[in-house]
Design a protein around this ligand. Structure first.
Ligand code: PA5
Length: 424
């Protein structure tokens, strides 16, 4: 039988386990499926993996193959939903020795970062994928301006048009105009898919394919999960949404994505944006944060074990892991580690995970374990879809619109005013 992604929760004695997900969540799911929800214009991600065009997929693969053949460096310029999903998949599954070097830009405004990036790509065959739905996001626009000038100083107009790929809105926005004027190749971000739900559209697919990852398997995984969570009420997505809503109502307002796998670091950041930006509004929402174990057991472990009891953890647990390297034997055993010799280091990681779950649960922290049979494109596709669907359910159950982010404008307005933007 095929192994499935699973959700299992370890409840501390101090927190009563909830009953099964009830009518209210079922009604929310019905509304989501019938499209009668706030933000209903942005539900295109629900069946995107089912309806993606073969022609589009082939184009993504062919542009990616060209980039893989000709680029030393591929720079992905985007922020938030316009880059985190791609980075999450690339860091989880990419083989850095295989693909062109992948660099990220447009996700912050640091001078030294940009200076270093421009120095590093000098003299190396460079392709740029600028990703922005609005085309006006300051971080992305400025990084793209720097990168474009850099390429224009090195390559002919025709060569720049070949090396710059714009992923943006179908019709509107500054990037559409720039692409039309300069002749850049374009991929379209579907109108009905918002940034943080866009990883399976060309926003994520092109960079992921450039990294040599099988985008068809990723989509297949998403399709499998979509079938599993959309066709019935009892599913890992309702289980997860129900548990976190229940814990939130109990005053456990902080959710930690605690991963024992460094390669899932950006899955954590993607998850954090997905839930944070979808739920945190109108005075509501769990505060999502990430911790990396075992590293953070030596920093945040103390707080998690004995600090205020307002938190719970969501923890990926991957079953199949590499059996290499094994811990070597040393005759003098100065560090006392010989009792582990001959064992894969990953065995220690797994026992650290189990020991941590036990300790945190004893300390009053509920742990939601997301079981993943193995880390590959198929299961990652399932995981991403699972989180997106759970997030939509969860936010709708809280009574907020999961698909907008009105609060993001506040810092921009102040920044523009301080910079004497003509319109502010
Ligand atoms: O999830 C979202 O919608 C946001 O994170 C956006 O993706 C992010 O702000 C970038 O926006 P844009 O693609 O318009 O540059």
């Amino acid at each position: 039988m095929e192994s499935k992604l699973s959700v299992n929760i370890d409840w501390p004695e101090t927190v009563e386990a909830p009953g099964a997900p009830g009518d209210k969540l079922a009604a929310v799911q019905e509304d989501l499926e019938s499209g009668s929800v706030p933000g209903s214009a942005f539900l295109g991600w629900l069946d995107w993996a089912d309806r993606i065009d073969e022609e589009l997929l082939e184009r993504v693969e062919s542009v990616a193959a060209e980039i893989r053949e000709h680029a030393d460096v591929f720079v992905l310029a985007g922020i938030g939903g316009s880059y985190l999903g791609a980075r999450a998949v690339i860091e989880a599954l990419g083989d850095p020795g295989e693909a062109p070097e992948i660099r990220y830009a447009g996700n912050q405004l640091s001078g030294p970062h940009h200076e270093r990036l421009l120095e590093d790509i000098e003299g190396r065959s460079t392709y740029v994928n600028v990703v922005s739905k609005s085309g006006t996001t300051t971080e992305t626009a400025l990084a793209f301006r720097l990168l474009r000038h850099h390429l224009e100083n090195r390559y002919s107009e025709e060569e720049c048009a070949r090396r710059i790929i714009a992923t943006t809105d179908a019709k509107e926005g500054a990037l559409v105009e720039a692409a039309e004027e300069a002749g850049y190749r374009r991929f379209v971000i579907p109108d009905d898919v918002g940034g943080r739900f866009s990883v399976l559209t060309p926003v994520g697919l092109l960079p992921i394919a450039v990294a040599g990852i099988d985008v068809r398997s990723l989509l297949e995984g998403a399709r499998r999960m979509s079938k599993r969570v959309r066709d019935q009420f009892e599913s890992p997505a309702t289980r997860y949404a129900h548990a976190r809503n229940y814990l939130y109502e109990k005053g456990m307002t902080h959710e930690l994505f605690g991963s024992f796998y460094p390669e899932l670091s950006y899955v954590g950041k993607w998850w954090q944006q997905l839930f944070g930006e979808s739920e945190g509004k109108e005075g509501e929402g769990l505060y999502p944060d990430t911790v990396e174990f075992t590293t953070d057991l030596h920093s945040m472990g103390q707080y998690i074990q004995q600090g205020p009891r307002q938190l719970f953890e969501t923890m990926p647990v991957i079953d199949e892991r590499s059996s290499r390297p094994e811990i070597p034997y040393e005759p003098n055993n100065l560090d006392g580690m010989n009792y582990l010799s001959g064992q894969p280091i990953e065995t220690v990681n797994r026992e650290a995970l189990e020991g941590t779950v036990e300790a945190h649960v004893d300390g009053g922290v509920p742990v939601i374990k997301i079981g993943i049979p193995r880390l590959n494109a198929d299961y990652l596709g399932r995981l991403l879809y699972f989180f997106m669907y759970s997030c939509a359910l969860s936010a709708l159950k809280l009574g907020v619109n999961p698909f907008n982010q009105p609060g993001v404008e506040a810092y921009k307005t102040n920044m523009f005013r301080r910079l004497d933007h003509p319109d502010y």
